[in-house]
Design a protein. Structure first.
Length: 278
């Protein structure tokens, strides 16, 4: 890499906002522009301006997944930028290279998250699987129900299997399992159905933060098999959208009140109506 190209790349991430965008993409993997806007607080016009600069510099790439345009960082560009520096920017054997610094997060905690619904058959199960993948090791997700059906909805299970989510150990279980002394202490508890949100929940050890992220129940959706499959996929996309925004939040830099506001606003987000979670 010549100095002219290196200077252009360094200049592109010298801006605080663009660096913030890059760091969030490095942590999450990929996000739609609308999700980036929601977790950064940028208006669409401002976000578009910065994304254009990052793409022109070659630091950010985009690809289309169905109707969604997703953005991600260019691993090749950052690897080349790190290699441009003497010894890859490493001053000693224990020092991380710039590329490693980019992908490291200052928040090395693993957050426990519990998703609740009534039956623990579809919505909370899908949310558990999504966060365990999208969280990239920063989150450990669980799910439970107030009145568990005792089995996973076959359509939801088939959807997860097609997308290569681990399904071998999934089971429908009661939320009482997470009130025991030996249970993992939760940092966040999210209800994904209105019935569970309206019930009297157990007292969770550790006083986790809570929010309601209600989505329709695909199990009770009326229609033939094809309609139910499509409806389940739509609910899955709604959960994926919300969880992607959650994963991109700078948890350690937010005070509790600001974080609660963002968690509540994520619950108002769906595929058809976006809200600002700034």
């Amino acid at each position: 890499m010549d100095t002219t190209l290196a200077a252009r790349l360094f200049a592109a991430i010298a801006h605080e906002t663009r660096l913030d965008i890059v760091l969030r993409l490095a942590q999450v993997g990929e996000l739609a522009a609308s999700d980036l806007g929601e977790c950064t607080g940028l208006k669409p016009s401002a976000l578009s301006f910065h994304l254009k600069d990052l793409r022109m510099a070659g630091l950010v790439e985009s690809h289309r997944n169905g109707q969604r345009l997703l953005y991600s960082i260019s691993y090749e560009a950052f690897t080349a930028l790190a290699a441009f520096l003497p010894n890859g920017g490493v001053r000693g054997s224990t020092e991380p290279a710039p590329w490693e610094l980019l992908t490291m997060t200052t928040d090395d905690r693993v957050y426990n998250v519990l998703f609740l619904c009534t039956g623990n058959s579809a919505r909370s199960i899908m949310a558990e699987c999504i966060l365990n993948r999208e969280g990239l090791g920063r989150f450990r997700a669980f799910s439970a129900g107030s009145r568990p059906r005792g089995e996973i909805d076959p359509i939801a299970k088939a959807l997860l299997g097609r997308d290569n989510y681990p399904i071998g150990e999934l089971r429908s279980k009661t939320w009482d399992e997470f009130t025991l002394p030996e249970s993992p202490t939760m940092d966040f508890v999210f209800t994904v159905c209105d019935d569970a949100a309206g019930e009297v929940c157990p007292v969770w050890p550790g006083q986790p933060m809570t929010a309601h992220w209600g989505v329709p129940d695909p199990v009770t959706h009326q229609g033939d098999e094809t309609e139910k499959v499509l409806f389940t996929a739509d609910v899955f996309r709604m959960l994926l959208n919300r969880i992607s925004i959650f994963c991109a939040l700078p948890l350690r830099s937010l005070d509790k009140l600001a974080l609660q506001r963002k968690l509540d606003r994520i619950g108002q987000t769906n595929d058809r109506a976006r809200v600002d979670v700034a």
